[in-house]
Design a binder for this molecule. Structure first.
Ligand code: NAD
Length: 484
């Protein structure tokens, strides 16, 4: 049986307590994972603190940048190993992880190395009554020990999205991967040792949230800042933990994202983009679409095309190139998604396609499969139109005017992302400005330039990461004022 260990101070460390990691494909036990207790979390935080003043703390920016490029190159060299580990934990198609999860995992180290290498400092020259003046310039220093709390949907990608900038800025990290996806964060420990990242700079502690590793870490007084991606209610709990000691938090949380398709849109592109945004990664993408608003003249045609696309997604194992959709992450999540399928039926939805569990071959029949599902006919007040399901499903509703669709899109507690499909440039700009989200795509979805601000409005997040915006969170900015 594969045993997954914590990575503390450059060493792989077992815990007395272990938990099972099961495969989403067939629910069989894949590995036993060490659950870090309070003492191990203490050890990880202590290692991270002491690394701040060790060799890591005295590296030049150029040295740090070289090391982070080394990490990216080593991830790429071990590409297949990372791919296998990620797909084993999540069950996602290799065709997807090969193009998104693993390359982005590597790119996250390069992009932030480039950002810290190139970022200018701000400078203000001021006048003083004596006529001699003064000069002000700002310098950045690391915050210290950063706790990185991660979800399971894009494990390596979302973890390195935080570890990359944290390390580029000279901090040290203690990562708590999701209990559902322990492998790639652990593998990254081997990479860190191999490329010569000093001990204690990157630490991984496995376990759960409340009364377990996650809580021990976020409440730890030795942690200087907490960066989190996950559900909004978990983010709220973490914010409470961070209040003790008044520590900064960066929160990337849930969504209930809308796609808006105007009748003048490039129809095929809008169908293709919406299919991806609803069903990629089995609907388990924070930026994914669960509400689709289609302008009435093309509503029926759009629903028919979406249905055809959803029904063509073949469920299967990660290594099969014909696989169009994998399973959900766990039996627990499957039960949650199916409860929404049930609720939609109870609330009177018209089922366009799906709504249940696909028939799978015997060997996979215990897996966490659900059918891609499309509903119509519900009011915006229905549960599947308001709450985040985080599964491969969407409700499609017609609309008649721009003002109406903007109002309906904004009528939600979340505000993460939206995709607007139109060929009218004026309207694209107008609507993109009015939608209350952190990320508005026009005629695309999931097109990411890593230098741009990323984060959510309303209950989808606090703060922005990406490019120079990450520096705002991962560094302390100090003004130096010199009187001449
Ligand atoms: P989750 O909130 O259940 O768990 C996220 C992490 O927090 C896990 O590592 C978990 O163990 C830990 N955790 C849970 N309770 C904790 C506590 N009290 N203290 C400390 N740690 C705790 O989220 P999930 O189910 O893993 O991920 C799915 C959610 O993540 C969805 O809501 C999705 O929208 C969101 N998400 C958001 C983004 C974004 O960028 N905004 C990206 C991906 C996922």
């Amino acid at each position: 049986m594969n045993l997954i260990k914590n990575f503390i101070d450059g060493k792989f460390v077992e815990s007395t307590k272990k938990f099972e990691k099961r495969s989403p494909l067939d629910n069989k036990v894949l590995a036993l994972v060490s659950e870090a207790d309070r003492a191990q979390v203490d050890a990880a935080v202590a290692a991270a603190r002491s690394a701040l003043t060790g060799p890591w703390g005295s590296l030049t920016v150029a040295n740090r940048v070289d090391l982070l490029y080394g990490v990216a190159n080593e991830i790429n060299r071990r590409f297949e190993q990372f791919l296998e580990a990620e797909c084993a934990d999540t069950g996602k198609p290799m065709s997807l992880a090969r193009h998104i999860d693993i390359p982005r995992g590597a790119a996250n180290f390069k992009i932030f190395a480039d950002v810290v290498k190139n970022v200018p400092s701000e400078f203000f020259e001021m006048e003083t009554p004596d006529g001699r003046g003064a000069l002000n310039y700002a310098v950045r220093s690391p915050i210290g020990v950063i706790a990185v709390i991660c979800p399971w949907n894009l494990p390596l990608l979302l973890m390195t999205w935080k570890v990359g900038p944290a390390l580029a800025c000279g901090n040290t990290v203690v990562v708590k991967p999701s209990e559902e996806t322990p492998q790639t964060a652990t593998l990254l420990g081997e990479v860190m040792n191999q490329v010569g990242i000093p001990q204690g700079v990157y630490n991984v502690v496995h376990g759960f949230g409340p009364n377990s590793t996650g809580e021990f870490l976020t409440t730890h007084p030795g942690v200087n800042a907490i960066t989190f991606t996950g559900e909004t209610r978990t983010g709220a709990a973490i914010m409470k933990a961070a209040a003790e000691g008044a520590r900064p938090v960066s929160l990337e949380m849930g969504g209930k994202n809308a796609a808006i398709i105007f009748a003048d849109a490039d129809f095929d592109a809008a169908v293709e983009g919406t299919l991806r945004s609803c069903f990629a990664n089995c609907g388990q993408v924070c930026l994914g679409t669960e509400r689709v608003y289609v302008e009435r003249p093309i509503f029926d045609k759009f629903v028919a095309a979406l249905k055809q696309g959803a029904e063509a997604l073949k469920p299967g194992i990660p290594s099969d190139p014909a696989t169009g959709i994998g399973p959900l992450i766990s039996k627990e999540h499957q039960a949650k998604v199916l409860s929404y399928y049930h609720k939609a039926k109870e609330e009177g939805a018209t089922l366009v396609t799906g709504g249940g569990v696909p028939t799978m071959p015997d060997a996979l029949s215990d897996g966490c499969w659900v059918q891609p599902t499309i509903w119509t006919g519900l009011p915006d007040s229905a549960a599947v139109c308001r709450e985040e399901v985080f599964g491969p499903c969407c409700h499609v509703a017609p609309f008649d005017s721009e003002d109406e669709v903007v109002r309906r899109t904004n009528d939600n507690v979340y505000g993460l992302a939206t995709a607007i499909w139109t060929t009218d440039l004026q309207r694209a700009h107008r609507v993109a400005r009015k939608i209350e989200v952190g990320i508005a795509w026009v005629n695309s979805w999931f097109l990411r330039d890593l230098r741009t601000p990323f984060g959510g409005a309303k209950q989808s997040g606090i703060g922005r990461e990406g490019g120079v915006h990450s520096l705002e969170f991962y560094t302390e900015l100090k003004n130096v004022c010199i009187k001449l």
